[in-house]
Design a protein around this ligand. Structure first.
Ligand SMILES: Nc1ncnc2c1ncn2[C@@H]1O[C@H](COP(=O)(O)OP(=O)(O)OP(=O)(O)O)[C@@H](O)[C@H]1O
Length: 368
């Protein structure tokens, strides 16, 4: 199944590019909402419709098995998790009337092993933990109707467009209460990609609550997939750093660096799940009124079980200029993936130059 690829200086990184780097990439498992959905989405591939209904209509179809490198028990777990995610999507559609259960908090985190390699017997019972995830879904989130979103954004008019990423358009909106929000509307990619992106982002955001992480207010699944986020009045770091009139003092740059580091530290070690963002970059650092950094865009994020030293992926996803060599060469994902990207971000903050410039020169290479 094709997954989204993000690229800084060309459209995408293909598996051929990876092969040409002599990479020997092995897929061992995908312990994230995105991963759970890969199985779900595989069974959806024949469904052409882009509507949310297409997901539901697939529920009666058998769940496909995982990639050939996965063990039978992993296949079984994946089937179970994809069923959970379908249920999750059904819940989303139902909206505010859903009686959200409260479950006991998740177990405290285990101490990470320093072993070299993950073994089959370390694979956690993902399906049972997903039960807990779904029930933690915050009841305070509002399910917005399409008409509410239209009203907030003057029918998604161009003047309200405040950002565009590779997969979404982001509009400024004003709710009936007067509150200003940012409405992220997934617009690009296949319906499977959009669904995975959407659920991945929600599945991660459900765990996080930190001043340096973007805040979700609600969602909308009518007429497309929408995330309603707290508005960051200064937009993204990229818009200020590379904008026509760069106006960031050293004090603010320092504050942004520290805030981003704190947000990352929280994702890696502070919250109940070990979360790897996988796409730390200037356009994914939003700035509050007081220039506090807020990490956003969890479309590529992954959970890592505590027992695993790292995760290995078969597809290169992320943004050119921010990807560490071990990721390119071996598909290795762990906290250091984000730390490397954070290092690139620091270089950008210090030099005011982009990770990859218009002539496709990498900032890291230039500073060697
Ligand atoms: N809460 C927000 N407040 C203000 N601006 C925002 C907010 N969320 C997103 N934006 C703007 O919209 C842009 C695109 O958002 P986002 O990165 O989430 O989209 P995407 O399609 O997932 O991007 P990518 O290409 O990284 O996948 C951001 O770089 C930022 O400028």
């Amino acid at each position: 199944m094709r997954r989204r690829h993000r690229a800084g200086f060309s459209d995408s990184i293909s598996s051929l590019d990876l092969a040409s780097l002599g990479a020997e990439v092995e897929r061992i498992d995908q312990p994230s909402p995105t991963a759970a959905l890969e199985d779900c989405s595989t069974s959806l591939e024949s469904i052409e419709s882009r509507s949310v209904e297409s997901i539901e209509s697939a529920e009666s179809e058998p769940t496909s098995s995982k990639a050939s490198t996965s063990s039978d028990s992993e296949n079984h777990q994946s089937s179970a998790t994809s069923v959970h995610w379908r249920g999750f999507f059904r819940l989303l559609k139902k909206g505010p009337g859903i009686p959200f259960q409260t479950l006991p908090p998740l177990k405290p985190r285990l101490t990470r092993r320093k072993s070299k390699r993950v073994r089959d017997d370390m694979v956690p019972q993902l399906s049972s933990t997903l039960d807990a995830e779904l029930c933690c879904f915050k009841s305070t989130w509002k399910n917005f109707s399409l008409s509410e979103l239209h009203e907030a954004t003057n029918n998604f008019s161009h003047e309200y467009l405040i950002g565009e990423g590779g997969y979404a358009e982001v509009y400024k909106g004003q709710l009936k209460s007067g509150k200003l929000v940012a409405i992220k509307r997934l617009t690009r990619g296949s319906s499977e990609e959009m669904t995975m992106d959407f659920l991945s982002e929600l599945g991660i955001i459900v765990h996080v609550d930190h001043p340096n992480i973007a805040k979700l207010i609600g969602y909308g699944v009518e007429g497309g997939m929408h995330l309603v986020l707290q508005l960051s009045p200064h937009g993204s770091l990229a818009s200020l750093l590379y904008g026509p009139k760069e106006k960031l003092s050293w004090g603010i740059r320092f504050k942004i660096a520290v805030g981003t580091a704190e947000g990352l530290s929280y994702l890696h070690e502070g919250c109940q799940r070990r979360i790897i963002h996988k796409d730390i970059k200037a356009s994914n650092i939003l700035l509050t009124e007081d220039f506090d950094a807020q990490i956003s865009d969890f479309g590529l994020a992954k959970w890592l079980p505590d027992q695993w030293t790292h995760h290995t992926v078969s597809r290169v996803e992320g943004t050119f200029g921010y990807l560490p060599p071990e990721f390119f060469m071996h598909g290795i994902v762990d906290e250091k993936t984000d730390v490397y990207a954070f290092g690139v971000l620091l270089l950008e903050l210090i030099t005011g130059r982009q990770a990859v410039d218009s002539s496709q020169q990498s900032l890291v290479m230039q500073n060697h």
